[in-house]
Design a protein around this ligand. Sequence first.
Ligand SMILES: Cc1cc2nc3c(=O)[nH]c(=O)nc-3n(C[C@H](O)[C@H](O)[C@H](O)COP(=O)(O)OP(=O)(O)OC[C@H]3O[C@@H](n4cnc5c(N)ncnc54)[C@H](O)[C@@H]3O)c2cc1C
Length: 376
Amino acid sequence: MRAIVVGGGIGGLATARGLGLRGWDVTVLERQRRLEAAGAGLSLWPNALRALDWLGVGDRVRGAGAPVVGGGLRTAGGGWLTRVAMDPSGGPIVVHRADLHEILAGGVRVRTGVAVSDPGELDADLIVGADGIGSVIRMRYAPQVRIRDSGQVSWRAVAPGDAPGGGETMGADGLRFGYLPMGRRGVYWYAVAPAPLRTTSKAEQLAELRRAFGSWHAPIPQLLEATDAAALLHHPLLDLDPVAPMRFGERIALVGDAAHAMTPNLGQGACQALEDAVTLAGLVPDGRNGTAAGLADALHRYDAERRPRVALVARRSWQVGRVAGARGRLASAAVRALARLTPSSATARAAQRIAEWAPAHPSPAAEGNATQRRAR
Ligand SMILES: Cc1cc2nc3c(=O)[nH]c(=O)nc-3n(C[C@H](O)[C@H](O)[C@H](O)COP(=O)(O)OP(=O)(O)OC[C@H]3O[C@@H](n4cnc5c(N)ncnc54)[C@H](O)[C@@H]3O)c2cc1C
């Protein structure tokens, strides 16, 4: 059976890999001229690592990334509000987005420079919309789903070198700064502010960030000093309201941000795209001898399994952003008091529960699979 996957991001490449493992003939259509992932770091929780194991690339991704060893919440002065101990062998990792992208792309057939405008013209047994938050496929079949702006913006970059620890720091007026050391790839950091998008140059934005975070605890000012302005990424934090149906008719499915772009407050957007990919690949009939009826049934089950879960994760993420981004001295003080009262913060507990997910279907991948090794 033949599948066309529209979009060569993390969700599209993972889906193509998964379908390939199930005997499908898969082509990814990507609008960019070159298959590349702009971006900085990405935290991958155990649920995503299990999905990557299912795809046979879990160990390679672990090897490219670094374990998240410590986490928690601090004040701008450096005092700890909550500390979260991570399991260095079974907890989340942080990986450079480009490394994950390259590993997922290995062996996948991708046609670049092809921007799909009319999904109705695509001829295959299965069409997968993996075309991100602005998905043409979603807009065509679920125009009621709207892109929602949180009113917060982010900056991300990788600074060279190393830094001790990691975690997130909250200041007054909804400012946040987080950093995660990535080993040889440097230190991934992000900053969040309740503000409109800046249209000034990257150099001016970096100067503004250095001023805003200059008096915060180490290593925040040092990371900003070490950052090259050219590496700075600046985005609004958006989600989809509500999450979209993940199946249309008998042969169209959505994966990743196309269906459920979410604010990054739980670090789960790409993790959920990976869950989608292996769930879809696990449910579809074997590509060597499947039938259209079997595929239609699989797509119904895919939507039923995935939609409630991604809706929950997106909702939690949005709620965390509302609390963490609270503006004004009173609101910020309330957030800090709340964090102090909960020894392992509510956010950490929510994140850990979400990360307990594991694929329901046995993996067809033979190697590179820590989950399977543990099960044996
Ligand atoms: C600030 C920030 C921090 C984040 N941090 C994390 C994190 O730590 N952990 C985590 O799990 N997630 C994180 N995320 C979320 C994560 O980045 C996304 O959920 C994930 O990248 C979505 O992947 P995707 O493949 O679904 O979509 P995308 O990455 O958007 O890929 C879509 C692809 O489709 C292509 N495309 C679009 N339209 C067409 C078309 N018409 N024809 C052909 N191709 C098309 C695009 O060029 C692109 O390559 C973060 C997001 C943000 C904004």
